[in-house]
Design a protein around this ligand. Structure first.
Ligand code: FMN
Length: 421
């Protein structure tokens, strides 16, 4: 088929879909055929007491997965699990207002899922209890995957699983806090610190022993940051090692990628981060792929604009009506939504700088709703990329898998009410 015919076919397909499309409960699926026959089945994901109908997760992303975005993803994807961004234990213990704001859910959300970060088992215990007291929650994930130097330098995030004893204690503390509550507990890990210091198999075993209901593996080391492609084979290895569910994470940018990861690794579910940025409809494509359909949603600009408006309106509610904060929080979303659409630099920059709903909506209304994007720019890799050159760790961290007294003093001696991390 020649290029122009292909392009026409795609446009027609999109028109058919988007004629019926509404930013409501679902967009009509646009099928471009069937995926190849599968020799495996897609089943609901069971995490302890929790059943997730469609085995897909929105991966927690700081500054991104607050409830307005989660609601949009759920509208498109239906029965997956949409996880809130990380909340630090210290911030909750300190009564930090912003942390409590992150604990909020929309009445529309079917599953209440959030993520806690902490290094000190006692603080994680206290934070989990605070969560139980404040909100109805179905799932708590623990973050052991963060590669940010500010975090790893303090033994947290992806540095923590190296200390097997501390890792076990943090999970054990969360498990104890959830005792008697019907809440699923998971641990999110990376493959290790770097190529010479892998931890995922041992960390997976420990998480299972300590009572985690599942493990989410972002198949990169901390040193890899977001660079290159994630090492899916590690997900398969971990799956073979554990009896609790393993959720694969890394580089899913289409429904086909999701199915490929399930097939190649045997994982029980997939978690999607960057691929959903500016594309909440990716969850509709993934649901379709799980039904065997090859759906790639590439909406014309008018549909994207409706989505941005909906997102902004919910963000405004999330920000208690503060227009400027809502606009600021939406800025990176604007960039992601509009990527690949030839709207011109001037319009793009005006949208980015808008600081009220009125201004934003009037700018959006000035755009041509029929504008089609460059398909590759819309569907290809997006979001953070690049390698971290050096992993920042506490002094002597890699010398032993056990936490020394000195290290314990340094890490836990810090003020528990210091909410800055
Ligand atoms: C902007 C951004 C923020 C993130 N914040 C978190 C977070 O709060 N907690 C977490 O466990 N992972 C966080 N991640 C990592 C993602 O959840 C995910 O593991 C990673 O992006 C790999 O998946 P992907 O290839 O689908 O993006 C973040 C990633 C990005 C890009």
């Amino acid at each position: 088929m020649i290029q122009s015919e292909k392009s026409e076919l795609r446009k027609e397909r999109n028109r058919q879909t988007l004629l019926k499309a509404k930013i409501a409960s679902s967009w009509a699926p646009k099928n471009s055929g069937a995926l190849p026959e599968r020799d495996f089945s897609i089943k609901p994901l069971r995490l302890g007491p929790l059943e997730i109908g469609t085995p897909m997760l929105l991966s927690p992303m700081a500054g991104v997965t607050n409830w307005p975005f989660r609601v949009l993803c759920q509208r498109f994807g239906g029965g997956g699990m949409y996880v809130a961004e990380m909340i630090t234990s210290r911030a909750l213990i300190a009564g930090n207002e912003k942390a409590f704001q992150l604990l909020s859910f929309s009445p529309e959300e079917k599953i209440h899922s959030l993520q806690l970060y902490g290094v000190n088992p006692k603080a994680v215990y206290m934070a989990a209890r605070i969560v139980l007291d404040r909100v109805k929650v179905d799932h708590i994930g623990l973050n052991f995957g963060c590669p940010v130097p500010k975090i790893t330098r303090r033994g947290g995030g992806s540095a923590l699983p190296w200390k097997y004893d501390l890792f076990a204690k943090v999970i054990g503390a969360a498990k104890k806090a959830l005792d008697g509550a019907s809440v699923a507990l998971t641990a999110k890990i990376r493959t290790g610190i770097d190529e010479d210091h892998k931890t995922y198999l041992e960390a997976g075993r420990i998480a299972q022993e300590e009572g985690a209901d599942g493990v989410i593996l972002h198949a990169r080391t901390c040193a890899q940051y977001y660079g290159g492609h994630s090492h899916w084979a590690a997900i398969g290895e971990l799956k073979r090692e554990l009896s609790i569910p393993v959720i694969g994470n890394g580089d899913i940018f289409s429904g086909r990628d999701a199915v490929d990861m399930m097939r190649e690794t045997g994982c029980d579910a997939v978690a999607i981060g960057r691929g959903s940025q500016g594309r909440p409809w990716l969850f509709s494509d993934i649901s379709a792929a799980f039904r065997g359909e090859d759906q790639v949603t590439v909406p014309p600009l008018g549909e994207v604009v409706s989505c941005i408006k909906e997102h902004f309106s919910m963000m405004l509610e999330f920000m208690d009506g503060d227009q400027e904060r809502a606009a600021r929080a939406m800025r990176s979303h604007f960039g992601w939504y509009l990527r690949g659409y030839p709207i011109g630099g001037e319009a793009r920059s005006a949208i980015m700088q808008s600081d009220s709903q009125e201004e934003l909506f009037s700018l959006l209304d000035g755009l041509d709703p029929a504008l089609e994007p460059d398909e590759d720019a819309v569907t290809s890799t997006r979001g953070r990329s690049g390698f971290q050159k050096k992993v920042h760790l506490p002094y002597g961290w890699l010398d032993s898998h056990s936490l020394t007294e000195n290290e314990e003093d340094t890490l836990f001696g810090l003020d528990v009410l210091d909410a800055s991390y």
